[in-house]
Design a protein around this ligand. Sequence first.
Ligand code: ATP
Length: 426
Amino acid sequence: MIIGFDDTDSKTMGMCTTYLGALMLKEIPLPPDEITPYLLRLNPNVRFKTRGNAAVSLKLAPREDYTDDLWKICCELLEEFAVFDDENTNPGIVFLSEEEAAGMHRELERFSLRAVRDFITIDETKDFLKRHKIKHRGYKNGRGLIGALAAAGFALNGLSDWTYELVAYRKPENWGRRRSLNEETVWAADRASYPFTWDTVDHQNKKIVFSPHGPDPVLFGIRGSDQKRIMDAFRIIRSEPIDRYLIYTTNQGTDMHITEARIDDAREGRSYKIRGRVTAPPRTIHGGHVIFTIEDGSGEVDCAAYEPTKNFREVVRRLAPGDTVTVYGALKNRTINLEKIQIERLIPRRVLRNPLCGCGKRMKSVGKNQGYRCKRCGTRSDLPEIVEVDPGIRVGVYETPPVARRHLAKPLIRCNEGKVKTYPSR
Ligand code: ATP
């Protein structure tokens, strides 16, 4: 049995759909090890999202006699905690029995993947639910049904790649107050568990990044590939009292949102991997954003390393026309918002210098287009010397730092395919 739900929270009034997951986990009369909680990140470019476009599902060990009770418990919790007063909160909940879902695996798998990579309408979601007689309840305009069904689909079909996140929640009496964390213990937890955990802190930017700042109940989230190492890190951290915590299985850090495309085929609001040749030198625009242009034979597109990507911009600034790169990121306003870049080929960087005379002295320019002359011995030369200089970057894959990481972006410490050199940002 699977329960999927979404769109219960509000940017200004608090709550978090993952917290509802934690509450349900506690109220469902099953031992915790018979419940697998999933935290799914859907298309990051969806306009209606509150923050990270998360949806949640719970996969339960099948127990026939519980179905009606479970439905009641989950709907009641959702109705109690969802922020109905926010006009942008439109909750949805679906209930899927694995037996009934047997005939729709592939269709549901496609639906879930489209929710991560593309846009889905409320109408087509309702149509899907009706056609397959899936138990569901949509509140207000029912938009949350989109994420709820997608999340349920992932729990049904499993994830082809996944990571974990331990989410720790605050005591309700502390919601809205400043979060209290012993910072030194957070850095110690990172040192003890990296690279099996990541994005707890950002070393280069000297910042703790695993804790949000809003009115929601989340105290922090520890992301990683190994549940035991995540728990080790968790035990090191000292903080304000923790109300509850749970470990979600998630598609975060998997690049599930990315598909390969040619520039001409790329559409707004989707995320791509595109190989191309740099056609214009990087330029820094107002606000410190760095932009360059690539072409791939089908078209041209701008790529941006925005100011929040901090030190990542240093790599991008060193590109030159003629370099071959593969860029990863979402297409927004006809611009790829860079998450990662693979530099495949760097053309030689050449600069012109006054030539060196046979006598050992460097010649001086005589005047525009008039060549060079040695001041010491009078020797002349028409041509300058061409020197190759270090491009200041190397072939390999670079990523945005933890402070600017998108939930779905696969961190380079997970990309050890061997052949290509990677430069993980930490
Ligand atoms: P939080 O991360 O705090 O849970 P959120 O950022 O997930 O909040 P929601 O409040 O859940 O934001 O709002 C996102 C809305 O967009 C939901 O109603 C969800 O069903 C819908 N949605 C998700 N993915 C898509 C998609 N691919 N196409 C259309 N709508 C989508």
